[in-house]
Write a protein that binds this ligand. Structure first.
Ligand code: COA
Length: 161
C-alpha cells in the first residue's frame, strides 16, 4: 500500500473533521456527538512562535486523506505533545498510524524535544497497544477526565535520559 505523509493544507480541514469523528466513534460510540469545527485545524497550524510550534501531519492514500496526527512542540521546555491521531476506520492496522508517528517524531527531534506526552482513554485498548508500539510508557492516570466513567492514561516517551 502506497502511503504518503505530508503537512496539513487549508482544504484538508473538513476531511480531517470527518476522519476524527469516524475514528473516535470506534471507541467512544455515541459519546461522540459532534464534529470538530474545521477552523480548529487551521487555528492549530497557525501557531508558530518562539515558544510554541504546531504541525498536523496528513496521511494520503491514492491522493485521499485517510489519517491525521496533530503535534505540538513547547520549545522552552523541550516538551512535545501528541494532541490527537485518527485514521479512517476502513484503513486501520495497515501501518498508517505508525507512518504518521514517524513523521511527528522527526518534527519533535528536529526541534530538540526531550520528551513527548499524550493520553489515551482507558477503554481504548487498540490505541493503547499502538502507543506502546511507538515507545510510550504509562506515567499516571486522570480519573473521569473527558467523560465520566472513562479515565485517561498519561503516556510519555523520552528521547534523552
Ligand atoms: C490508534 C490508531 C491511530 C492506530 O492507527 P493504525 O493505522 O491502525 O496503526 P498501525 O497500523 O500503524 O498499527 C501500529 C500498531 O498498533 C497496534 N494495532 C493497530 N491496530 C490494532 C488492532 N486492531 N488491534 C490491536 N492492536 C492494533 C499494533 O501494535 C500495531 O503494530 P503491528 O502492526 O506491528 O501489530 C487507529 O486505530 C485509530 O485511528 N483509532 C481511533 C482513534 C484513536 O483511538 N486515536 C487515539 C486517541 S488517544
Amino acid at each position: 500500500m502506497n502511503i504518503n505523509i505530508r503537512l496539513f493544507k487549508d482544504n484538508d480541514a473538513e476531511t480531517l473533521s470527518l476522519i476524527q469523528f469516524d475514528s473516535f466513534k470506534t471507541f467512544l460510540g455515541d459519546r461522540v456527538t459532534e464534529m470538530v469545527d474545521p477552523e480548529t485545524w487551521r487555528d492549530t497550524v497557525a501557531v508558530k512562535n518562539d515558544r510554541q510550534e504546531n504541525a498536523i501531519f496528513v496521511a494520503e492514500q491514492d491522493n485521499m486523506a485517510v489519517g491525521f496526527l496533530s503535534a505540538g512542540a513547547d520549545l522552552r521546555h523541550g516538551l512535545g505533545v501528541l494532541n490527537e491521531i485518527g485514521v479512517n476506520p476502513q484503513c486501520h492496522a495497515k501501518g498508517i498510524g505508525s507512518a504518521l508517528f514517524a513523521a511527528a517524531e522527526k518534527f519533535w527531534l528536529e526541534r530538540g524535544m526531550r520528551k513527548v506526552w499524550t493520553c489515551v482513554s482507558s477503554i481504548n485498548t487498540k490505541a493503547q497497544i499502538y502507543y506502546l508500539k511507538q515507545g510510550f510508557t504509562a506515567e499516571g492516570r486522570w480519573r473521569d477526565h473527558f467523560h465520566e466513567g472513562i479515565d485517561e492514561i498519561l503516556l510519555a516517551k523520552f528521547y534523552k535520559t
